[in-house]
Design a protein around this ligand. Structure first.
Ligand code: PMP
Length: 321
């Protein structure tokens, strides 16, 4: 039976056995950094294709550096542990991988120095997060994005996600699918777990990385595809809230969200109010790359053969009969 496993305290164990003490510093104060990585199932290859795991582990190293969390494993070792755990789970479906470098010491007092650190990761089955086909309806949040001068958004800090949670729940309780947060100066920053992109006058525009955003790996991938495959001009610049209302197209990018078309912002239709032609082309390109169907970008995926046997087609048919 495929089961979730974790790498925990330097061993691979079933996820249900990975348990932290209540006094763990990361639990008391949010002092941890994390990643979210997708493993996309390829039926043709009977393999899970990890999407850009190196880039994710490079980013967790950067987050750990900012937060003074010791993460002694290098990127190769982190990728290797990740492959081992994914293989061990035996899932033959899309998965989500959550690596966390955290303050593991059991001590009272908010600080980063003189607290022990550890690293864990676990794997879960995972489907779609937002509606990538019909599109989503967004609300500009009344919660502002935390500025770099308070908690750096370019580090994926666990405690920082209180900001995202406030915004997401406000948006959903108001009947929307997702929040778009503004920075303190009123410019567009990002979604609760996604970067924001608009299309205006045939150019793709995303906020500058100094606008309190996470430097998204999906964003960088999509922008490269837009430039190299669609010949679009791609720019990073400050975006006004009202530009969201008059954009030709708008979408959110993220590991969980993939490319999610935004069809409405603050009860104003964006573009045609449906999946736009450029977003549609980018989705097609991106999903081909994810599933390992585009050789040009083969090095964006790392294949893992899950443990156990693939169900033979004939047997699967018998079991369904
Ligand atoms: N912004 C935030 C706040 C996020 O949590 C995420 C998801 N990791 C993103 C942007 C998108 O980043 P990526 O494409 O690397 O997943």
């Amino acid at each position: 039976m495929p089961t979730s496993y974790a790498y925990f305290e330097k061993r691979i164990v079933p996820l249900v056995e990975a348990r932290l003490p209540v006094m763990t510093h990361a639990f008391l104060y949010g002092t941890a950094v994390f990643e979210g990585i997708r493993g996309n199932w390829s039926e043709e290859r009977d393999e899970i294709l990890l999407f850009r795991p190196r880039e994710h582990f490079e980013r967790i190293k950067m987050s750990a550096q900012i937060m003074k969390i010791a993460l002694p494993q290098d990127v190769d070792e982190l990728v290797d542990i990740c492959e081992q755990v994914v293989r061990r789970c035996g899932f033959r479906e899309d998965v989500y991988i959550r690596p966390i470098a955290y303050k593991s010491g059991e001590v009272i007092g908010p600080r980063l120095h003189d607290v022990a650190d550890d690293y864990l990761m676990f794997v879960l089955p995972f489907g779609n997060y937002l509606d990538v086909e019909a599109g989503i309806r967004c609300q500009t949040s009344s919660w502002r994005r935390v500025p770099d001068t308070s908690i750096p958004a370019r580090a994926k800090v666990n405690g920082l996600y209180v900001n995202s949670a406030l915004a997401k729940t406000e948006a959903m309780e108001n009947g929307f699918d997702e929040a778009i947060m503004l920075s303190d100066d009123g410019h567009v920053s990002e979604g609760s777990g996604e970067n924001v992109v608009i299309l205006r006058h045939h150019r793709l525009i995303t906020p500058e990385r100094s606008d309190n955003v996470l430097e998204g790996i999906t964003l960088a991938s999509v922008m490269q595809l837009a430039q190299d495959e669609l010949g679009l001009e791609v720019i990073e610049r400050t975006i006004d809230r009202s530009e969201l209302y008059v954009a030709d197209e708008c979408f959110l990018t993220g590991t969980a969200a993939h490319i999610s078309p935004v069809i409405e912002v603050d009860r104003r239709r964006v573009g045609s109010g449906a999946l736009g032609p450029v977003t549609k082309k980018l989705q097609a390109l991106f999903f081909d790359v994810l599933r390992g169907r585009n050789q040009k970008y083969a090095d964006w995926v790392v294949a893992v053969k899950p443990a156990g046997e693939a169900a033979p087609a004939a047997n699967a048919a018998k079991m369904n009969a």
